[in-house]
Design a protein around this ligand. Structure first.
Ligand SMILES: [Zn+2]
Length: 333
């Protein structure tokens, strides 16, 4: 019989370690939002079953067919903004309030962690946010954060997104898609990181700075297999800095690599909305106390904006006349 130091499914040994842990890093994926009723990226329902969702999440797809891509993202925005933060979002938000040396790196773009009251300075949404929309013009940097409107334009309203898989998306004219209110010429795009795009450098630098500040005691891998970069890389970095690793996911099976996480110290299989409130309880208290701590359970953060046209478009040498709303030739990145 192999020697087993402890039962990896035993929450008592986890809780003992949690109480000793000062610096904690959480990595979150789609499973965190599963019990909020959000389909995973690849499981987007309705008419999007007939489209390969991955092929829509690219800059090339947006240039080729902005109407189709905007309808896909409008459907995702409406689903995310209608969903509610679950107990797992609340538990992580509470742990953040209790421990200022706890950071969360999330691949989720649904905005449910901010709405749960997760302190923004301790949250790193490395794949962007559905509630961010930004201008695509190379001459303009206008960006809106926390834009939770259900319909960015009348044409992108919920009634235009049929749930029937056999119905084709409408071909919305370009002038009915979202355009930049500042420069007036750039089409707005979702502020998510698409395939073939790089992750936001400022966020990655912020995570690196935190990592460099000292040893790490605990790494929580939540609702993700941990196979995808950057999650996989951060698990290894945490282990090098001394962290013990706990995996909380529906998808823990007999994979010898434990869902991509070699030699994790704890494996909690199931819904993280049930598991996290339990295993974090020594720090965050009961869910009643969590709700008291966080106050309003569903806060939509206020909309803010940044950036704008680099030069006055009317004075630009190209002249306003020559700029058409073709959706082509702008700087997608
Ligand atoms: Zn603009």
């Amino acid at each position: 019989m192999p020697y087993i130091e402890h039962d990896p499914t035993n929450s008592h040994t986890f809780k003992t370690h949690l109480l000793k842990s000062k610096r904690i890093l959480a990595l979150c994926g789609a499973g965190l939002s599963a019990s909020s009723g959000l389909a995973t990226f690849r499981g987007a329902g309705g008419l999007w079953r007939t489209h390969d969702a991955m092929s829509l999440a690219t800059p090339q797809a947006f240039v080729k067919d902005p109407s189709l891509v905007w309808q896909f993202y409008s459907a995702r925005r409406q689903a995310a903004f209608s969903a509610k933060p679950n107990a797992a979002h609340l538990a992580l938000a509470a742990l953040s309030v209790k421990n200022k040396d706890f950071i969360t790196v999330t691949q989720n773009v649904d905005g449910l962690s901010p709405r749960a009251g997760h302190p923004p300075e301790q949250l790193y949404p490395v794949h962007g946010a559905l509630s961010t929309v930004k201008c695509t013009s190379v001459f303009c940097s206008y960006t809106e954060y926390n834009n939770f409107k259900m319909a960015l334009t009348p044409a992108l309203g919920p009634t235009r997104a049929p749930a029937d898989a056999d119905t084709q998306p409408a071909n919305i004219p370009l002038n009915e898609l979202p355009f930049c209110p500042k420069c007036k010429i750039g089409m707005m795009r979702p502020g998510v990181v698409w395939f073939n795009e790089t992750l936001p450098n400022d966020l990655l630098e912020g995570i690196d700075e935190w990592i460099d500040q000292g040893p790490i005691d605990l790494c929580l891998v939540i609702g993700t297999t941990g196979k995808v970069w950057p999650a996989a890389g951060y698990i290894e970095i945490c282990k090098e800095k001394g962290a013990r690793v706990a995996v909380i996911n529906m998808e823990i099976n007999d994979d010898p690599h434990l869902g991509g996480v070699n030699n994790a110290d704890w494996l909690f299989k199931g819904d993280c909305a049930q598991i996290l409130p339990d295993i974090l309880q020594p720090i965050i208290g009961s869910m009643e106390e969590v709700r008291e701590l966080l106050g309003d359970m569903d806060k939509f953060p206020a909309t803010t904006t940044s950036g704008g046209p680099v030069t006055d478009i009317n004075n630009a040498t190209t002249g306003e006349e020559t700029v058409e709303r073709t959706g082509e030739g702008t700087g997608y990145y």
